[in-house]
Design a protein around this ligand. Structure first.
Ligand SMILES: Nc1ncnc2c1ncn2[C@@H]1O[C@H](COP(=O)(O)OP(=O)(O)O)[C@@H](O)[C@H]1O
Ligand SMILES: [Mg+2]
Length: 253
């Protein structure tokens, strides 16, 4: 079960009568509850892969399955969190989180929202509007909004990329905590190598349209970014990707 990409191809353009594949023959199996980080250079097709899994795009060849069922369009089973949180500015934190539940006419909407407001630690802000929140708080609301629908997979496209370094660091820890509580499968895209090593059970590198490396991170959690073993993974992946800037990992324990 879990998520499976088989022989996935995707092109946007035809060049000299042939499709120019951004993704070609991507194969990937993700187990339930696994935290996968996808790394790769800008433009290598990371967002395209996420959009295929989200169901926003269709593969030209191959198939994508979630729990044995082919992905056929977007679904609440696959919750998406973007870099720029897409909160409704005219709704409070609570109303934003309840929104999806109300659409489904869930009678327990208020109760479920309360649980997630607690999980993201924003009890004191439940009646605040998005404009009154910091970037990190707004991103936590975005995550809660995806989680309330109880998705099987959480899809995150550089969700921390717009945050300042200290907030990003706090959010990484927060995300691990939420993941451990919610036990969701997480498909997480980043261009930060240390971020991937900090977060992932497995790191997948996309290169030339294919999975060029698929490596388990064999480090205990919470991870010590100062350890030699941590740095070894960072070096390994940075070399694989090449010319990707190695971000200084700012971590305050
Ligand atoms: N909707 C689209 N139409 C045409 N080209 C696209 C579209 N989406 C992405 N591309 C192209 O596909 C390549 C991969 O893009 P993307 O998946 O966004 O990369 P990444 O997220 O790794 O930076 C880029 O060359 C981009 O210009
Ligand atoms: Mg992208």
């Amino acid at each position: 079960m879990g998520v499976s990409f088989q022989y996935v191809h995707k092109a946007f353009d035809i060049v000299n009568g042939k499709p120019k594949y951004i993704l070609k023959d991507v194969n990937l199996e993700i187990a339930d509850g696994e935290f996968i980080c996808v790394l790769g250079k800008s433009g290598c097709g990371k967002s395209t892969l996420l959009n295929l899994l989200a169901g926003y795009l269709k593969p030209d060849k191959g198939r994508i399955c979630v729990n044995g069922k082919d992905v056929d369009g977007p679904s609440v089973e696959r919750g998406v969190v973007f870099q720029q949180h897409a909160l409704f500015p005219w709704y409070t934190v609570r109303q934003n989180i309840e929104f999806g539940l109300r659409i489904q006419k869930r009678e327990d909407a208020a109760e479920v929202a309360t649980r997630f407001i607690k999980m993201i630690g924003l009890e004191a802000y439940e009646n605040a509007y998005p404009s009154e929140l910091s970037g990190g708080m707004a991103q936590r609301v975005g995550i809660a909004r995806a989680l309330v629908n109880d998705p099987q997979v959480l899809l995150m496209d550089e969700p921390l990329g717009a945050l300042d370094a200290l907030t990003r660091d706090a959010m990484r820890k927060e995300l691990i905590r939420i993941w451990q509580l919610s036990k969701k499968t997480i498909f997480f895209i980043t261009h930060s190598v240390p971020e991937a090593v900090y977060l992932a059970d497995r790191v997948v590198i996309l290169k030339d349209g294919r999975v060029s490396l698929d490596e388990r991170i064999d480090l205990p959690r919470p991870r010590d970014i100062r350890s030699v073993a941590f740095q070894d993974y960072v070096d390994l992946f940075s070399h694989q990707i090449a010319d990707v800037a190695i971000e200084e990992a700012v971590i305050a324990e």
